[in-house]
Ligand binder design. Structure first.
Ligand code: DC
Length: 231
């Protein structure tokens, strides 16, 4: 049976990665978390002092791009983790600080070009589930299945707050809500590849429903396309 490409886009904390990871596992596909790639570039820029509260030196970031090597490697539980220049940074990229700087970093066209080229390589053999903001619109416009996930900003911030809290991060709910709103604003209004629903994407809103329940709906959509029941 032929393999397909599955693009899962949507706002932050809508459960994209949970669904995408489960789907890839179920189908025996490769899962690619494209947000982790933007986060790793952000971590690099923070460590080099390229981005901070005081400044964002875009020219320095563009100059540094050839020095940034990204790679996903499987851990002992078979879960792909991102490596920045050989270092596993899967945990370091999930902090609120990285979340605060990642959207401005993701507006830079040169950064996007580099990461999109890498994403094309990762998906060239199909059999891939990739989640992000521009996967169905820019990276794989011909993907056989495109899902666009949404939920209210409050519900998304509650989920994110719970996650960060469980990890022991000391943050307030309002800080998380503010970050969610700010990222939505930057991600949807940037000039290069803004977050928007592809015309042929299927929209799924999980403000009221459990993300787990949605998995079965999305799995069915994927299986219909793999079997050729739906074009
Ligand atoms: O999915 P995430 O929250 O980890 O993504 C982090 C940020 O990266 C998000 O705010 C916007 C950016 N991003 C992007 O611009 N394009 C993608 N394909 C994935 C993420």
């Amino acid at each position: 049976m032929g393999k397909i490409t599955i693009a899962i886009d949507g706002y932050s904390s809508t459960g994209k990665s949970t669904v995408a990871r489960q789907l890839a596992e179920w189908l025996g596909y490769v899962y690619v978390d494209s947000g982790a790639m933007y986060r790793a570039v952000t971590l690099y820029a923070m460590r080099k002092g390229i981005i901070s509260e005081e400044k964002f030196d875009k020219a320095a970031l563009i100059d540094s791009l050839p020095d940034i090597a990204l790679e996903f490697r499987k851990n002992s539980e078979n879960k792909a983790e991102i490596h920045l220049n050989g270092e596993n940074v899967e945990k370091q990229i999930r902090t609120l600080e990285v979340s605060e700087y990642v959207s401005p970093i993701a507006t830079v066209p040169e950064v996007r070009r580099k990461l999109v080229a890498l994403q094309h390589t990762m998906g060239e053999d199909k059999g891939v589930v990739m989640d992000g903001r521009d996967i169905g619109t820019v990276v794989f416009p011909k993907a056989e299945l495109k899902i666009f996930m949404n939920a209210s900003a409050r519900v998304r911030a509650e989920r994110r707050f719970k996650e960060l809290n469980e990890r022991g991060d000391e943050i307030t709910f309002n800080e998380v809500l503010e970050n969610v709103n700010e990222r939505d604003q930057i991600d949807t209004t940037r000039e290069d590849s803004p977050l928007r629903k592809a015309e042929d994407a299927i929209e799924i809103d999980n403000t009221e429903t459990n993300i787990e329940d949605q998995f079965h709906i999305i799995l069915q959509l994927a299986q219909d396309r793999i079997a050729g029941r739906v074009k």
